[in-house]
Design a protein around this ligand. Structure first.
Ligand code: FES
Length: 280
């Protein structure tokens, strides 16, 4: 599992967004939009889920994008072209339901932009009118602008600090698009990936406007096969496992309070270990 290529997509004080292309012909031949892999950077490391952002079947490679935030992603970010990953399992999870919806809105926040990209591409290829709304904390952290511009009918950009394009949040644009354009256009799907508060807000806006809203959850995972329970999420009052039942769920049905709490479960321990290993 050699890293064939590596590039830094975004960098700001304290964090980077990194793209790696990995030699993985079997996964490349099978992966569909919305699916992910579970990766181990080294034998004694943890497993982390990463969306398959792109694939090259002829070359036998997949593209993964991650932000250096936790212990494993910081270690992964230190690997170079030519280095090998310990293991990758996948493709996992259900693929996105790709069909002709009509007008679809994709909302991506931060590194979530990487996760909406393959879905936007597949929805465009299926004949949909794709409106993409992407946002980042600041200009330096905005990724895949040109890639999304090439496949979207409309692309809207926000930055929290106003350093690029419009100052504000992706949800501001979503609300405006629905309020101003709803009489002109019918939207049949909203698809969102990003920080939990963003996905929660997008789900609530979609619900208010009676538009099907799907989010792809970045749950904590261990085995990725439905056995450990760490990616548990409550959806419509039922227990689901993000790795085998998801990662996509209807946003309005998710118990967001529980999901948010579970996603922070190891945050303090991880910070402590990062500090111990000098991976700040
Ligand atoms: S990662 Fe273990 S059940 Fe989903």
């Amino acid at each position: 599992m050699e890293i064939l290529d590596k590039s830094i997509l975004a960098e700001t004080e304290g964090t980077r967004v990194v793209k790696i292309e990995v030699n993985q012909p079997l996964i490349a031949s099978k992966a569909e939009a919305g699916q992910f892999v579970v990766l181990m950077a080294k034998a004694e490391g943890e497993r982390i889920p990463l969306t398959v952002v792109d694939k090259d079947v002829a070359k036998g490679s997949i593209t993964l994008i991650f932000q250096e935030l936790g212990l494993t992603t910081k270690f992964l970010g230190k690997l170079k072209k030519g280095d090998s990953l310990y293991s990758i399992a996948g493709p996992l999870g259900h693929p996105t339901e790709i069909k002709k919806y009509g007008n679809v809105i994709l909302v991506g926040g931060g590194v979530g932009i990487a996760e909406i990209y393959p879905v936007a591409k597949a929805l465009k290829e299926a004949g949909n009118c794709v409106i993409a709304i992407i946002g980042a904390r600041t200009k330096e952290l905005l990724i895949l602008e040109n890639e999304l511009k090439n496949i979207s009918d409309e692309l809207h950009i926000t930055t929290d600090d106003g350093s690029y394009s419009r100052k504000g949040f992706v949800t501001d644009i979503l609300k405006e698009s629905l309020t101003c354009n709803l009489k002109l256009k019918t939207y049949n799907l909203i698809y969102a990936v990003g920080p939990i508060p963003m996905m929660r807000m997008v789900s609530s806006i979609g619900f208010e406007h009676k538009i099907k809203t799907v989010v792809s959850l970045n749950a904590l995972m261990v085995d990725g096969t439905g056995m450990c329970g760490s990616c548990r999420v409550t959806v419509g009052g039922k227990i689901k496992f993000s790795c085998v039942d998801g990662p996509e769920f209807e946003g309005a049905l998710i118990d967001w309070d529980e999901f948010e709490k579970r996603s922070r479960i190891y945050a303090d321990k991880e910070k402590h270990i990062c500090k111990l290993r000098g991976l700040n």
